[in-house]
Design a protein around this ligand. Structure first.
Ligand code: BDP
Length: 699
């Protein structure tokens, strides 16, 4: 930031027209995401920038590009600008990244002022202004102030150096590693812009299943090129670090974090990275999980490993995001318990530039999981929430599943410690942590529409908005996304929001409700596989999770079973220990219960489960009908692709239901309740389905 330089520019309307012309010829292929502001018709707003920084210039371009003609005069300025300071606006509480928008008199002029303590704040304010206007706010009454509740709002790309994306369903990686650093695809800028519009301020470029190569000079230069593109948009670059890199790249005999030579190697490596990327964010590490190397290989702890890396980046202001997603084949303990068992005792031993990154649930991004018991259990450690935006377990790119309700359900969950919610833990408010963060495993690829479908864009959007403010509701976020994506006509927005809000529950219902989890096919995770029982590691088998037998179904996680409930705060643990006080939607996660158990509806558990499958399939039918009715109100291209995907989803929902019911009946020996349709095929048929080359799972 150059603080007091003066660059007074009025960016001409022609710029906006040039940019509009440069946008894709097929205007509705989804490329523009939610940023569809049109070039103004008639005179564009006069946008004055009072401080010269690259970021403020971008903010001005955004406004000039999209502000409707009704807004005559906008000023972008830092709060420290003497003229702005003289107004004595309440900017002190905005922090580093917040913004304030007010109609003020500046000098001789009435203007709409967008200000903040940093140029990033002003950029976020500019996008907020556009969002408000695109969702129907009255420009004459605008008075906004907001600052992010979470500091690190980060995408995790599971992108491999060969261009494939682990669990990616939107094409190849956006990063063309081969042509970097020379060629900076304009898409990198568009990516950064889309993220900035949501307040996302960091991106981890490479897969957590990392290759050491990403730390070689060649790849550091490539990452640096991306960092240069992202910087003015307020986005920092991070890298996933392979823990054994000192061996693979440095020729050392060990990667033991307690070995001074290892620590020195990482320090030198960090210095090298910071020479190329002065504002490098730091490292993300998956250690001792699913075959990845880590400190446990040497009898050292996760804290030893994290702190050693933290020391390497500390002189440069970097951080370490150390994942808690660990479970070991040598450990017979309930997989849902292992991360807590491993990490809880380490609370208080992590360096203060380490965050422990915890998945929303204790198993693995299932359509529904209770919140991870680590939230609330490590008060001395900042816990960074990890959500999966890419829908590995919710139908890949083809199923419509709006994840807002999944995210908010977790964030709003009460930890059992007074009124504390998971969001309070994540935003650091509960313990006044200096660091806080939320990570989303990206669903972005080289597909023209970025995320594989129009509605998947909403999940990227919702992640960003909820990372800024975890207390925003899923519904308002869906609404503002729909308004920006399809226009403000309530005749479109209302049905679209209804579809979105029902969609995730539909997936839960047709894949396995009432707390069932991990019942999908092996490897690629496409489609049902509740029968799978022959994999090497017990906790890779669906039968390990549902434990269905003739008498009942579900995983006993009470004291008579694995006692995972004891990992929650006592008040909550007590409720979860009793099936009668466990929410039905989580029943089979915590309890093994009889097929004839009476449910709140009066149905038996078996009847209830069947009803959920049918409800899920029916809900997809309803979504399809709603979308059909919008045929003339949504552009043909986005309408057509979505319609086709909904047809796929309907077929696959039915497949999930039928295959699952066929299997459950083979286990419990029961008939279907009267009037319920029989599966289309026998169980053997479903078991015989094979899907080589399914996406997201390079063989
Ligand atoms: C699982 C994915 C696997 C990831 C792993 C992780 O199936 O591809 O590597 O999570 O988060 O959901 O590390």
């Amino acid at each position: 930031m150059t603080g007091h330089g003066r660059w007074r520019g009025t960016i001409a309307a022609t710029l906006a027209l040039v940019m509009a012309a440069a946008s894709p010829a097929r205007a509705d292929d989804g490329y523009r995401l939610w940023l569809r502001g049109e070039a103004p018709v008639g005179p564009s707003a006069r946008v004055t920038v009072r401080d010269e920084t690259a970021t403020l210039r971008l903010a001005a371009e955004e406004l000039t590009r999209s502000l409707p003609a009704g807004i005559a005069d906008v000023t972008l300025a830092l709060a420290a600008d003497p003229q702005v300071a003289a107004l004595r606006l309440p900017t002190a509480s905005l922090g580093d990244e917040g913004y304030l928008i007010r109609r003020v008199r500046l000098g001789q002029r009435e203007t709409l002022l967008v200000t903040g303590n940093s140029d990033r704040g002003v950029l976020y304010g500019s996008f907020a202004l556009l969002r408000q206007l695109a969702t129907g706010a009255d420009a004459t009454r605008l008075a906004l102030a907001s600052s992010p509740r979470v500091k690190l709002r980060v995408l995790n790309h599971w992108d491999n150096l060969d261009g494939s994306v682990e669990r990616g369903y939107a094409g190849q990686s956006l990063w063309d590693w081969w042509t970097l650093p020379d060629f900076k695809d304009p898409r990198y800028t568009d990516y950064a812009r889309a993220n900035a519009s949501l307040g996302i301020n960091g991106t981890v470029l490479n897969n957590v299943n990392a290759k050491a190569d990403s730390l070689t000079p060649r790849y550091i230069a490539k990452a640096a090129a991306l960092a240069d593109v992202f910087r003015p948009w307020g986005i920092k670059v991070y890298l996933s670090a392979r823990f054994s890199a000192p061996i693979e790249l440095g020729g050392l005999k060990t990667a033991d974090p307690r070995d001074p030579a290892v620590a020195a190697w990482w320090k030198t490596k960090a210095d090298e990275i910071y020479r190329a990327v002065p504002d490098f964010g730091g490292f993300l590490v998956k250690a001792n999980s699913e075959g990845q190397p880590g400190p446990r290989d040497y009898g050292a702890t996760h804290a030893d490993g994290a702190n050693m890396l933290a020391a390497a980046v500390r002189p440069h202001g970097g951080i370490v995001m150390w994942r808690a997603f660990v479970y070991a084949d040598t450990d017979p303990e309930d997989r849902a318990k292992q991360a807590y068992s491993e990490f809880k005792p380490l609370d208080g031993t992590f360096a203060d530039n380490v965050l422990v990154q915890v998945k929303n649930g204790a198993i693995d991004f299932q359509p529904r999981e209770p919140f991870h018991p680590l939230f609330g259990a490590m008060p001395k450690t900042p816990l960074l929430m990890e959500f999966q935006i890419t829908k590995e377990y919710l139908g890949f790119a083809t199923h419509l599943a709006y994840l807002g309700p999944l995210f908010t359900e977790t964030l709003a969950a009460r930890t059992g410690r007074g009124a504390e919610t998971v969001a309070d833990v994540v935003d650091g408010a509960a313990e006044h942590h200096a660091l806080s963060g939320m990570a989303g495993v990206a669903n972005i690829g080289r597909d023209r529409d970025w995320s594989g479908s129009t509605f998947n864009q909403a999940n990227w959007y919702a992640f960003g908005r909820l990372a800024w403010d975890p207390t925003l509701g899923a519904e308002p976020v869906a609404r503002e996304w729909a308004q920006q994506t399809f226009g403000t006509d309530p005749g479109v927005v209302d049905p679209v929001v209804r579809m979105m809000m029902a969609s995730r529950e539909a997936v839960v219902d047709y894949t396995g409700a009432l707390g069932l989890a991990h019942v999908m096919a092996t490897g690629h995770h496409y489609g049902p596989g509740p029968w799978v029982s022959d994999l090497k590691r017990p906790e890779w088998n669906p039968v390990y999770y549902h434990r269905a037998d003739r008498g009942g179904i579900g995983f006993d996680r009470t004291r008579s079973g694995s006692d995972a409930v004891a990992q929650y705060a006592p008040a909550l643990a007590k409720r979860l220990a009793d099936p009668a006080t466990t929410p039905e939607r989580e029943l089979l996660w915590f309890h093994h219960v009889g097929w004839d158990r009476r449910m709140a509806s009066g149905k038996t558990l078996w009847e209830e489960l069947v009803a959920h499958y049918d409800r899920g399939v029916a809900a997809v039918g309803t979504m399809r009908a709603s979308w059909d009715a919008l045929r003339d109100r949504v552009d043909a291209e986005r309408w057509g692709k979505t319609a086709t995907y909904l047809a796929i989803q309907q077929r696959e929902a039915r497949w999930w239901r039928d295959a699952s019911l066929a299997y459950w009946m083979s286990v419990n020996g029961r008939a279907l309740p009267a009037g319920v349709a029989a599966p289309a095929h026998d169980l053997a048929w479903y078991k015989a389905q094979l899907f080589p080359h399914a996406p997201g799972h390079p063989e």
